[in-house]
Design a protein. Structure first.
Length: 446
């Protein structure tokens, strides 16, 4: 049986974070689609001119994404618009994303919402997840928790894991839907049984960690897991044992230990408050996290750094955020090292420095950080912060695809096969395979 041993360390994810994650995942998918497009047959243009929307979409991808640094935006948008007019769901999703981000077009959130709604009505699962975040934030639409839940539920029923985690959290809190512990645990179990650690998995664990779930009877737990099996289809739900679920021991013991000066208890109490599980104002989370950091708890350095860097639970102070993340990185925390790398790469709170960003992201990847490993494939392939190195890109792609980490594996496998491998000769492929073995031997936690 798979024990769902719960713990305190679970940070509540924001809707903006989920939107960013979905957008980032979609952007990675676009790059991979473009890689497939790059091998297009000579007859592709004639098919597109004859009205084939798949061919039009592929031509749009070739123009927009095959040359990462110098896209042909005019040609790409021409064929993309043709594919959208022909009702191609992938094209509709891509154009919606462009209007959302203002990528190659003037940002137009209402138009993004209209296109995402059209794609969702055509059965796409990513589009309703985006709409759920939009309505939750009031981003381009009037804020509406009920509509947010409706769209997240549609995406969850289609199998979108982050939406499943969000539906679990909203069902637990009664946000946008009547509070329903059975449904909350059912959706949480869907994502908690996944092999990969994603936003979905963290949201799922957060629901299962909630003290309120202790209100459930064994019969309700079994009902929830039966529902989870139904929702997940062929999955590992049958391995979950409702009698093995262990819940938090309560917040009072943490308060007592924190009052006695225990740094770890102080940190865990701060986490409880940031999750709004301690029944106290939100600012208590920041206050207790500051105390944990002052007591020398290095995990608190990381959490505080993110709070100040992104303005979550704390006033935005990018300089202070970067300073705290640097302290956490000094304790060899891969999450902190990766977060610093992203900050230098994007120029958040500092002067943009692709080279420094690359160095930090590689350091995190070598420590086993999954998202850093995914990022490193693209950085090496496109020469961002380093020289373009298809051999290293292929090696890191192998590390990702040979691991148990689920998110991105399928896409990276296609990228390696269709875009990176054709750039390498047999000797270079063998060299990349050896490099991948070397990386895995360094206990990258694959």
């Amino acid at each position: 049986m798979l024990s769902l041993q719960t713990h305190h360390v679970m940070r509540k994810q924001t809707a903006k974070g989920r939107t960013a994650l979905l957008s980032a995942a979609f952007a990675v998918l676009l790059l991979i689609v473009a890689s497939a497009c790059h091998t297009a047959r000579p007859s592709l243009k004639s098919l597109a001119e004859a009205g084939d929307t798949d061919a039009q979409m592929r031509l749009a991808c070739i123009a927009l994404y095959s040359d990462f640094k110098n896209p042909d935006t005019e040609t790409g948008m021409y064929w993309l618009t043709k594919a959208v007019d022909g009702g191609n769901a992938d094209a509709i999703n891509l154009l919606a994303y462009k209007y959302q981000e203002g990528a190659g077009v003037t940002q137009n959130l209402p138009e993004a919402v209209r296109l995402y709604t059209l794609a969702a009505d055509m059965g796409d699962i990513d589009a309703p997840a985006q709409l759920g975040s939009f309505y939750q934030l009031g981003y381009g639409v009037e804020q509406n928790d009920e509509l947010s839940f409706k769209w997240f539920l549609q995406a969850a029923q289609g199998g979108e894991p982050n939406a499943q985690g969000t539906v679990a959290a909203m069902s637990l809190s009664g946000t946008g839907t009547p509070r329903n512990l059975v449904q909350a645990v059912a959706w949480a179990a869907c994502v908690a049984a996944r092999d990969d650690v994603t936003v979905a998995g963290l949201l799922g664990e957060g629901v299962l960690n909630a003290r309120s779930v202790r209100e459930m009877t064994p019969e309700q737990l079994r009902k929830a897991l039966l529902l989870a099996e139904q929702y997940a289809g062929a999955s590992r739900i049958e391995e979950l044992d409702p009698t093995a679920i262990v819940f938090n021991s309560g917040i009072q013991p943490l308060r007592q230990q924190a009052a006695s000066g225990n740094a770890t208890a102080t940190y865990l109490l701060a986490v409880e408050y940031t999750e709004d599980m301690g029944g106290a104002p939100e600012e208590y989370g920041l206050q207790w996290m500051e105390r944990a950091a002052a007591a020398g708890e290095h995990k608190a350095f990381y959490q505080l750094g993110r709070m100040y860097l992104h303005g979550r639970y704390a006033p935005e102070n990018t300089a202070k955020g970067l300073s705290l993340l640097s302290l956490a990185a000094g304790y060899k925390m891969p999450d902190a090292i990766y977060e610093l790398g992203l900050a230098y790469k994007s120029g958040r709170g500092t002067t943009p420095d692709d080279q420094k960003g690359f160095t930090l992201i590689r350091q995190a990847a070598e420590s086993g950080h999954r998202r850093a490993q995914l990022s490193l494939v693209q950085l090496y392939l496109h020469g961002i912060g380093t020289d373009s190195d298809p051999v290293s890109a292929y090696a890191w792609a192998k590390v990702v695809t040979d691991s148990r980490f689920g998110t991105g594996k399928r896409f990276v496998a296609r990228l390696a096969k269709e875009s990176i491998a054709p750039l390498l000769n047999d000797e270079q492929l063998a060299q990349a395979e050896e490099l991948a073995k070397k990386y895995r031997m360094k206990n990258l936690n694959p």
